[in-house]
Write a protein that binds this ligand. Sequence first.
Ligand code: AKG
Ligand code: FE2
Length: 287
Amino acid sequence: MVSVKRVGDSFVAEVSDFDLSQDLTAETWQQLHDAYLEHKVLYFHDQKLAAKQLCRFGERFGEIVPHTIRRFWHEDDSRITVLSNRIEYGKPKGIKDAGSFWHSDWSYLERPANVTMLYAVEIPTEGGDTLFCDLAAAYDALSPAMKERLASLEYVCQYRYHKDRNHPESRWQIMTDEERAESPERTRPIIRTHPETGHRSIYVFDGVTGGVKNIVGLSEADSDDLLAELYEHTKQPQFQYRYEWRGAGDLLMWDNRCTMHAATTADLPPTHIRELHRISTLGSIPA
Ligand SMILES: O=C(O)CCC(=O)C(=O)O
Ligand SMILES: [Fe+2]
């Protein structure tokens, strides 16, 4: 029996006494997968996972997609991306900050990430927490009238869209023509139905990677107002959970289809070394 304990109000659970490097039986896999769908965010302590073992577990959830930025691929397996603020031989060892703003991974791609896993290699004594928001609970808390209004609305987004294309967070100026061509505008539903559970969630994010431009069919002012209202609604503390990393060997995983998250690494002091191995799997087109 897999031991699972809910730690947040509406989501997040700890799985204890579990070794993720082992071969999973069909029954154990089923229990873990059920826990993942039910709690949306799971964490495990004291794991010991070589690159291949992390990928073998991740693969159970779908195809692991290597990160666009090749220079931070893990040397043992290119499907792993290194997140790190360590400087080695004068060069950054990994991505220093993978997103200190609310987002859901790859929401701007045709097929966004399904699960993301972070495996801790080195954790500072303080700082570097990861924040989560339960977007299914946020949806449930909407008024019936608002649910109805949002049901058929869609928005347009594009990777790193910012009203000011010269804004440093936009990255638009430093992208190659090829990279820009690979990041076209996409239309997304504001309310996403989870393909496995059938539960609905809000699926719109104000972090710059999400690159939300406007809601289709509304005036610019109405679109801006409604987006602001949704961002304010989803960011209420009752939908949130703060994951404080315990140490090396932690494995944290989340379902991007019904949650959003934010790193807090933008201001992590360079003396506080934090290093994680990251994978994401290919999800379905949001609907
Ligand atoms: O570093 C973190 O806490 C989270 C980073 C993140 O957003 C990601 O890996 O998708
Ligand atoms: Fe992320």
